[in-house]
Design a binder for this molecule. Structure first.
Ligand code: ARG
Length: 399
């Protein structure tokens, strides 16, 4: 018997996939992860089995997702093309890892996913699976099957008694987890058109956000967000969820961009990442306070862009990612302290910071009478530092 573990969301596509695989002689085991998509998953097993699955596994992986995927990405300050906090990209390696584990457990030689042939997710799933077990074969029915329109899938589902919710279809394709929401398709496909308000899932529009700013304090312990407004969190996932709610109310974390997909297409996508946006601002600020200039500049030059590309391009399970994590973990040890932030009508700004590891020295920075900086040293330093330009200037002047 050919056995396959399928990444299953419970939506129309993956429900149809269960049946489609069954018809082709596969025994299907479904895997559904709670990554904080905010959906009720209790009916998933029943639904999967009604579609033809022999076994349905549902697992809450929110904390693992937060600690092992979101946190390292935060510490790298990774934003794809300078903007996208990699929300959807990050859940794929985690889900792939689980698929491989289940394939071992159930003696399956195949895993399957519901991604299309023109997106990034197929690449992330497949590269992650192969990095963990190259002998597993990956099946992507959506790339192969005969259905062209959604109606044909609904028709097929009805014919085979696959439970589908007959809700009016939203024009958007939405991928949501703890770290944020990715939204594409429908009216968003015109990059000139402003996203309709109903495209946004977890943020209030800045226009409708409260007229008064809200101040919050985030506490970090060795690079881990540990408390929000003085309240300690054992679970990082819960802190992120609470932060999403607070910052979301103020319209923080909306991102609208045209991005370069791996397969060569430019696509317009919008994102909502209220909690992540606040954490990025706060982490960056505390890092710049506690890390010396040489290290901070090296980090900024070499890590955020490279790390973001790796996550986006499906290279999570690589020694390079692990090595960069080792680097950012070393810096993270210094990131202890508090950051005060102001949330107001779509914006988040750091308004205060303090740390026991702070390298800010008031006596050196001040322009008051307490000034302890040796201004004569400034003169000599400038002479030496500027020497090459003086020489260049002479040459240009022809003297
Ligand atoms: N473009 C984003 C990425 O490649 C999100 C993909 C999933 N988005 C979606 N709306 N289904 O990571």
């Amino acid at each position: 018997m050919k056995r396959v573990v399928l990444a299953y969301s419970g939506g129309l596509d993956t429900s149809v996939i269960v049946r489609w695989l069954t018809e082709r002689g596969y025994e299907v085991i479904t895997y559904t992860a709670d990554v904080g998509q905010g959906e009720e998953l209790s009916e998933i097993p029943q639904k999967a089995k009604a579609s033809g699955a022999v076994e349905a596994v549902v697992e809450d992986v929110r904390e693992e997702f937060a600690r092992e995927y979101c946190l390292p990405t935060l510490r790298a300050l990774a934003l794809y093309e300078g903007k996208y906090p990699l929300t959807a990209s990050l859940s794929r390696p985690l889900i792939s890892k689980k698929l491989v584990e289940l394939a071992k457990k159930f003696n399956a030689n195949y895993v399957a996913h519901g991604s299309t042939g023109k997106g990034n997710d197929q690449v992330r799933f497949e590269l992650s699976v192969w990095a963990l077990d190259p002998d597993i074969e990956v099946i992507a029915p959506v790339r192969e099957w005969e259905f062209r329109a959604r109606e044909e899938q609904v028709e097929y589902a009805k014919k085979h008694n696959i439970p589908v919710k007959v809700t009016k279809e939203k024009p958007y394709s939405i991928d949501r987890n703890l770290w944020g929401v990715s939204i594409e398709c429908g009216p968003l496909e015109d990059p000139w058109q402003e996203p309709p308000e109903d495209a946004y899932q977890i943020t209030t529009s800045p226009e409708k956000a409260p007229d008064d700013p809200e101040y919050i304090t985030l506490t970090f312990k060795e690079g881990v967000p540990a408390a929000l407004n003085g309240k300690e969190y054992k679970k990082l996932s819960e802190l992120i969820e609470d932060l999403n709610a607070i910052a979301g109310r103020h319209g923080v974390g909306r991102i609208d961009m045209v991005e370069n997909r791996l397969v060569g297409i430019k696509s317009r996508e919008i994102y909502e990442a209220p909690g992540a946006s606040v954490l990025y601002e706060a982490y960056r600020d505390l890092l710049s306070l506690t890390v010396d200039r040489f290290t901070f500049h090296y980090f900024l030059t070499h890590v955020p862009h490279e790390y973001a590309k790796m996550v986006y391009e499906g290279l999570w399970f690589t020694p390079l990612r692990e090595a960069l994590d080792a680097f950012t973990s070393t810096l993270a040890k210094l990131v202890t302290g508090e950051v005060r932030l102001k949330l107001f009508k779509g914006s988040v700004s750091v308004v205060g910071r303090r740390s026991e590891n702070s390298l800010y020295v008031e006596d050196l920075a001040t322009y008051s009478e307490k000034d302890a900086f040796d201004h004569k040293a400034g003169k000599l330093f400038t002479q030496v530092w500027g020497l090459p330009l003086k020489v260049l200037g002479r040459r240009r002047k022809g003297s």
